[in-house]
Design a protein. Structure first.
Lengths: 197, 187
């Protein structure tokens, strides 16, 4: 069961003043006694190794293959899309969801998530408790300076530890630059994707 | 004669690799000469690395030019040279690469002290990797660029704590093509 976010006014204020770009970090996002059930769902979901110019990780298919993970995705959307729509002012209604496993040597280099035509409004990552908590694997947010529509400076601004049962939600824009730092040891497990209108 | 070409696009992008172009002692001497000259580049959505522009290495650049001329049959002249150094956590993305409108030849000489796993130089045609140059100390890569060819230097893992990938990259153009230009979109 996903947690109920009660103080939306305060969360909206936190969202607006967050630096380097709007984001929220929500701990204990899932009922702690039920997290083991989430891990059990992931154990049934096949993952493949993905490698490209900016990433190396293991992930499930873009569309969940098991009914159980689809139910987790739909439950997550039902619990959070209306709330985050109110908090962020972005009229999001649904999400996609993939499971990710980052092992030593896995990373996702800096990028913004913004793609014309994809309508990604908010990005999210929910970290699961790991049997081998990772060293590295932080979500790093960058501050960008823009001149003439082009990024001309980037500075590391915030490091978010992938702590178990933590949900991170952040704005998607051309300057929402972020990366997953390389995992140096252990295992980083997450559910991640985007909220869409 | 029928050329094995299916599209005009594929006329460009010819690439080859030459191992052992220089020995380890000579590579070490080049590294030592520029050790204190590096500038850091860190627009992280494009790259994170160190570089030395226009290194004073005329003999080495001439060696690379001659190798490129033999490989391509073209008469070439150097237009730019840069030493790149990639330490653990470094990378150069294709997004950082310029569009080469005049089909230059790019020659890369690996000056690294030791091989580094996965620290490859990738050449891409329309985004798809078609040529991989591993970290091969003393080795040379020669690539004919075209407008659809880009390249990236792969991420160097922090698991290789002593990694240091050093590459001298020389861009050569036809010696009579002084009017041609490079449109660099991202630097």
């Amino acid at each position: 069961m996903w947690t109920v976010l009660r103080d939306e006014t305060q969360l909206a204020a936190s969202w607006r003043r967050a630096e380097p770009f709007p984001h929220l970090v929500i701990d204990d996002a899932f009922a702690s006694e039920s997290v083991a059930g989430l891990l059990a769902v992931l154990e049934e979901e096949a993952v493949d190794r993905y490698e490209g110019e900016i990433f190396r990780f293991e992930a499930s298919a873009p569309e969940p293959t098991t009914q159980e993970l689809r139910a987790v995705r739909d439950g997550f959307a039902a619990a959070f899309a209306p709330v985050f729509a109110r908090i962020t002012g972005k009229p999001v209604t649904h999400v996609d969801m993939r499971a990710y496993a980052y092992r030593p040597g896995h990373y996702l280099l800096p990028h913004s998530d913004h793609r014309d035509g994809l309508a990604r409004a908010l990005a999210y990552a929910y970290y699961l408790p790991s049997p081998e908590p990772p060293r590295g694997g932080e979500l790093e947010l960058f501050a960008c300076r823009v001149d003439g529509g082009e990024i001309v400076a980037t500075d590391s601004a915030l490091m978010i530890e992938p702590r178990g049962n933590r949900l991170v939600v952040f704005d998607v824009s051309e300057v929402s630059l972020h990366q997953v730092r390389e995992v140096l040891a252990g295992l980083r497990i997450s559910l991640a994707g985007w909220f869409y209108p | 004669m029928v050329l094995p070409v299916t599209t005009l696009d594929e006329l460009f992008g010819a690439a080859l690799m030459v191992p052992d172009a220089i020995d380890a002692e000579r590579a070490a001497a080049v590294r030592a000469r520029h050790e204190s000259s590096y500038t850091r580049y860190a627009l992280v959505d494009r790259g994170n690395y160190e570089y030395v522009d226009d290194p004073n290495e005329p003999e080495l650049i001439e060696l690379m030019q001659r190798a490129a001329e033999r490989a391509t049959g073209r008469t070439l002249a150097p237009r730019s040279a840069r030493i790149l150094r990639l330490l653990p956590g470094s990378y150069v993305l294709a997004h950082h690469d310029g569009i080469r409108e005049d089909n230059p030849v790019e020659v890369t000489l690996d000056l690294s002290r030791a091989p580094v796993p996965d620290a490859e130089l990738h050449y891409r045609r329309r985004g798809q990797v078609y040529f991989r140059f591993p970290c091969l100390p003393g080795g040379l890569a020669i690539v004919e660029r075209g407008v659809t060819i880009t390249c990236n230097h792969c991420y160097v893992s922090k698991l290789h704590v002593a990694a240091s990938v050093v590459r001298l990259v020389v861009t050569l153009r036809d010696s009579d093509s002084a009017m041609h230009t490079t449109r660099n979109t991202s630097r």
